[in-house]
Ligand binder design. Structure first.
Ligand SMILES: Cc1cc2nc3c(=O)[nH]c(=O)nc-3n(C[C@H](O)[C@H](O)[C@H](O)COP(=O)(O)OP(=O)(O)OC[C@H]3O[C@@H](n4cnc5c(N)ncnc54)[C@H](O)[C@@H]3O)c2cc1C
Length: 699
């Protein structure tokens, strides 16, 4: 009789049942049910098996039932002592899986879950002394071992338990598992190590050995993160020509090895250069650095490796009439990565993706497509106009991991004839009214740039926080003078106001604005002023330390010398919430963020970015000292609470990091179901950044 296995498309437990059925060589059929079927009809998670009239549900029960019925004396020992040993090891692995799920949700600093994982691994390590399998020969108790490779996703390194590591590899190398991997089209990380070796051989032939990096130190360096934990890549590929990218992706697709593309890898606070899951290869596009400027149209056509610094220098050196709209991430951050993440800028566009026109994209099967008018070979029209006939596809490739972008058109900003930098400070209670006063000025173009308002500590202990912010007024001399007067009048009753032409950034500006005493503040003010002017400058290390909570929070062992937060080992988790540019909405969201930060012992570091006239973004920096026990867990819990509670209040996140976003899948179920259908259509084998830009994390 044929066994019927009922499952759902997303069920992560089913591969283990398939593996056992393959080992048992028992004929079976698979019936795929809708998501939610098991909870609705069986009050359980599934999968379920039917053998004649017998119906069994839940993973461990199913495994033991099948082993008893079809593998008595082999995969299920005949004697009670052997059966008891099987039961014990299945239970150990079941609690290990439960703890791992908690680690995915709460982060690797969830200390009791981490302790449980370690205890379970040590129990297995002890049992494996002198044995290839837990009971000597393969039994059903060894089946779950194929899942252990995924522990690296939550920062658990199996090398501390070498017998477990070897055992997991041995079980994953069994032909029965290879058949399951082929059937489910699992990525190589889950399918086994040999696919990676074969892919690396082909990449080496194509790119040369120097461009396929596997040295452990280089991989460890690439895996540094400001988040509490992130996966380390298993290899890094560094193409030097655009044509190589499609070939690289085709090789990855052939061997089902997942690739994680980065442009400069400065995604600090969001996942850095790290992939979302274990077993992924970083595709580092930093070597593709072509820049072409269309001076008539004010468009830069750039490859992914072009950094903010490189484009700003290029525009300066060529005497261009155009300048760059800068993000605060400094000269070494990329423009393509920032655009695809829909990053925020300090200049006129405010949101980087608003300036994108036309992409060249390599899809997961290695085919190459151009969006917009570029699809018809009309590249100049494509730079000038975002779409031609047909659906607009540019956005499909932002925050999606649905393709590798190899070229992008970026609109620039005209260098203004005249420009004034506006500086404002207000008391906490005046913030909502200030937002309402600034909105019409921003919408009417009186204030043409992002206005970046950041919260500062109270001037005296026990006082209320203050807000400081800046933006620019540009145009002809007469227009600038008129707009300065208009802004000054509009905010007069709410905020202190000055211009950096009246009071240059430095101690005088801090005094004029009555800013509190805070180490590094003058440098922060100066940096912010120059960013609005389009200078892609490196944030001075002291300003970075101030922005990330100061020495009391980050406690660097030596004075920081770099503006890359990973160099000093800083802890940073960003959380961005979209909020209408309406005073009362901003007030509610700021209050919620403050409350969640305080509840988790995190300093109140936040900024309101008036990125467009209608929309603002609350940028919260959750900072923590990673060397202090419990702070990683607190940062993750804070991120989750802020994320979930703001979403419930109607303020959805504007960007995703590698930390949990499960609540999105519930609230935006129809939207994410469509995204998943698109993903399945474009990348059925999970080749491009599996787990990134999906609410549920690694697939
Ligand atoms: C002090 C400080 C200030 C910051 N200021 C800002 C700011 O003002 N605005 C802002 O937006 N962010 C800011 N950040 C966050 C972050 O550093 C920037 O967003 C930065 O630009 C991202 O790094 P990157 O451009 O090198 O992108 P990358 O790290 O290269 O890429 C980011 C992500 O985009 C995807 N990706 C990259 N390239 C490709 C490609 N070619 N094809 C497909 N997918 C790709 C990948 O998922 C990748 O993880 C700041 C961070 C810090 C610490």
């Amino acid at each position: 009789m044929t066994v019927i296995l009922e499952t759902t498309a997303a069920c992560r437990r089913t591969p283990l049942v398939l593996f056992l059925l393959e080992e048992l060589a028992t004929p079976f059929e698979v019936v795929v049910r809708d998501e939610g079927y098991f909870t609705t009809h069986h009050h359980a998670l599934g999968p379920l098996v039917r053998d004649g009239d017998d119906v069994v549900i839940e993973l461990d029960a199913v495994l033991r039932f099948l082993a008893r019925r079809f593998g008595a004396g082999t995969l299920m020992p005949a004697d009670p002592t052997g059966c008891a040993a099987v039961d014990r090891f299945m239970e150990v692995q079941s609690s290990l899986r439960g703890a791992a799920v908690r680690l995915v949700r709460e982060g690797s600093a969830s200390t009791d879950a981490l302790a449980l994982v370690r205890r379970s691994l040590e129990a297995l390590e002890a049992a494996l002394a002198g044995r290839d399998y837990l009971l000597g020969e393969l039994t059903v108790a060894d089946i779950p071992a194929v899942m252990l490779a995924q522990l690296a996703r939550v920062g658990v390194d199996l090398s501390a338990t070498p017998r477990v590591e070897a055992w997991a590899a041995r079980v994953a190398a069994r032909p029965a598992w290879a058949r399951v991997a082929a059937r489910l089209r699992l990525p190589a990380a889950e399918a086994g190590p040999s696919s990676l070796e074969r892919a690396c051989r082909e990449w080496t032939e194509r790119l040369g050995a120097a461009h396929v990096i596997r040295a452990p130190e280089a991989l460890a360096h690439a895996g540094r993160t400001t988040l509490p934990a992130a996966a380390r890549p298993v290899a890094i590929l560094r193409p030097t020509a655009r044509a190589e990218v499609a070939e690289i992706v085709r090789i990855a697709a052939r061997h089902r090895v997942p690739l994680h593309p980065i442009s400069a890898g400065c995604n600090w606070g969001w996942g850095d250069a790290c992939p979302a899951g274990e077993g992924q290869v970083v595709l580092d596009l930093g070597g593709l650095t072509s820049i072409e400027i269309d001076e008539d149209l004010g468009v830069a056509v750039i490859e992914p490796g072009v950094t903010q610094g490189a484009l700003a220098r290029h525009l300066e050196a060529t005497g261009s009439a155009w300048r760059l709209d800068c993000a605060g991430s400094g000269p070494r951050a990329s423009l393509v990565g920032n655009a695809l993440e829909r990053g925020l800028t300090f200049g006129t566009y405010g949101e980087r993706f608003e300036a994108v026109s036309g992409l060249e994209v390599v899809l997961a099967d290695g085919s190459v497509v151009r969006t917009g008018a570029g699809a018809y070979g009309a590249s100049r029209a494509g730079r000038a106009r975002r779409g031609a006939v047909g659906p607009s596809l540019d956005g499909l490739f932002s925050q999606s991991s649905l393709g590798v972008v190899t070229e992008l058109g970026l609109w620039l900003t005209p260098r203004p004839a005249h420009e004034e930098m506006v500086w404002l400070t207000c008391e906490d209670e005046a913030l909502p009214a200030l937002i309402d006063a600034l909105r019409p000025l921003r919408l009417r173009g009186v204030l043409p740039t992002n206005v970046h308002l950041f919260q500062l500590p109270p001037r005296s202990p026990g006082g209320s926080p203050t807000w400081a912010g800046n933006g620019a007024i540009c145009g002809s001399a007469a227009a600038v003078a008129a707009h300065v007067a208009e802004v000054e009048a509009a905010v007069a009753a709410l905020a202190r106001f000055t211009l950096s032409s009246r009071t240059p950034p430095g101690p005088a500006l801090c005094d004029a604005l009555l800013l509190p005493d805070m180490p590094g503040l003058e440098l922060l003010i100066d940096t912010s002023d120059r960013l609005v002017r389009g200078e892609a400058l490196e944030m001075p290390p002291a300003a970075l330390l101030a922005a990330l909570g100061g020495p009391e929070v980050q406690r660097p062992t030596t004075p920081p010398t770099s503006s890359d937060p990973r160099d000093a080992g800083y802890g940073l988790v960003f959380s961005w919430q979209a909020v209408p540019a309406v005073g009362d909405d901003v007030r509610r969201l700021v209050a919620l963020a403050r409350e969640r930060l305080a509840a988790h012992g995190c300093p109140p570091l936040m900024a309101v970015q008036f990125s467009t006239g209608r929309a603002a973004t609350l940028v919260t920096r959750i900072v923590y000292d990673r060397k202090v026990e419990g702070r990683c867990a607190a940062a993750l819990a804070c991120q989750r609470a802020l994320h979930d509670d703001a979403l419930a209040e109607g303020f959805p996140p504007a960007r995703m990091n590698l930390v949990g976003h499960d609540a999105l899948a519930t609230r935006g179920a129809a939207y994410w179901a469509l995204v998943e259908r698109l993903r399945h259509a474009l990348d059925p084998d999970g080749i491009l950044s599996p787990g990134r830009h999906t609410p549920g994390g690694a697939r």
